[in-house]
Ligand binder design. Structure first.
Ligand code: FES
Length: 150
């Protein structure tokens, strides 16, 4: 066990966990942040995507030790009431079907738009390539990325 100081959604938080514990467990089980979802647990599906130091990261394969001292943002940290421009675009275009993967899709989009404010289809597809949606909302996701970029 170890005590790890995390910086999550603008707040300093501490967790007592073994060093190799996935950050996703700390976020969901210790800090009550249920936005990042558990899908595959091996960094392959994108359901848990959150930001670490502003870049899209997979908390299921990031340990609490690796996250210490870094700036972690989950979808809960984007806005108080869902009014972040990317969240608004998702709502306007009714993107979600079952919704399970959508926090990850949104967080990957936030990371993309931070470095490419006007992405073309190829850039969108590349950035969200590893965010899997079993409902097949990809067309609406792409449209919402473009809406958020406007
Ligand atoms: Fe993290 Fe699938 S649960 S990438």
């Amino acid at each position: 066990m170890g005590r790890y100081r995390l910086h999550v959604n603008g707040e300093r938080r501490e967790v007592d966990l073994p060093a190799e514990t996935p950050l996703l467990w700390a976020l969901r089980e210790q800090l009550g942040l249920l936005g990042p979802k558990y899908g595959c647990g091996v960094g392959a599906c994108g359901a848990c995507t959150s930001l670490v130091d502003g870049q899209a990261a997979r908390p299921c394969v990031t340990t609490v030790a690796e996250a210490q001292g870094r700036r972690v943002t989950t979808i809960e940290g984007l806005s108080e009431d869902g009014d972040h421009p990317v969240q608004q675009a998702w709502l306007e275009l009714d993107v979600a079907q079952c919704g399970y993967c959508q926090p990850g899709q949104i967080m990957s989009t936030v990371a993309l738009l931070a470095v490419d404010p006007d992405p073309d289809d190829a850039a969108i597809d590349a950035a969200l390539r590893d965010n899997v949606c079993r409902c097949g909302t990809y067309t609406r996701v792409r449209a919402a990325v473009k809406r958020a970029a406007q």
